[in-house]
Design a protein around this ligand. Sequence first.
Ligand code: 13P
Length: 249
Amino acid sequence: MRKPFIAANWKMNKTSSETREFISGFVPAVKDVTDVDIVLAPPFTSLAIASENLKNTNVLLAAQDIFYEEKGAYTGEVSPLMLIDIGCKYVIIGHSERRQYFNDTDEVVNKKIIAAKKAGLGVIFCIGESLAERDAGKTFEVLQREIINGLKGIDEKDIVVAYEPLWAIGTGKTATPEQAQEAHAYIRERLGILYGNNADEIRILYGGSVTPENMNSLMVCNDVDGALVGGASLKVESFIKIVTFRGEQ
Ligand code: 13P
């Protein structure tokens, strides 16, 4: 049985005080949720305040990105050790916005995953196709390339995969449960080629316009093990509803 994993990716939203305010409303409301791994990924500038306020709670902290070098002259970057030091348990790597706007190629993504795992961080590894790629029938090809290149030389321990079709991110256009299940099943099959039976233990999250309204219909899919949530994770009430989804048909 794979334990559901639900993460909030706040992207470039929320100041430190907004982060503290969110946590003070959110954490008490989910304190009895033991059957879901709950993760918050605030921006770098809010990690310190979030870490302090999440201490001794059931909510884990994640960063939204990482750099692959340990230290040195890399202005503006943040190292694996810095994230561990501030209390992060996970880091999001390969988000499509990083790939699109900041030139995170498959090779860079691979280096970042290696560095994160070496430091002891869990990884939320994002993959997904654009609308043009889907329309051209290239969805599986893209997923295959991103998996093979991104996970090159990496074991499956502490890896969570997030399937985020670009056309569903921030558009209000969620993948249907059938589309999500089809992609997730394909991803698990590819992971099986790399990791054998251990692929059955890997959580595969869906991301892209997840809301309290569509969460349950996605979570009933066999290979959907959780969600990576952008917009709907910014409001306390809506993220509470998402992490307390019913999980029944
Ligand atoms: P939205 O939930 O806002 O579509 O964002 C999804 C996402 O990119 C999460 O990483």
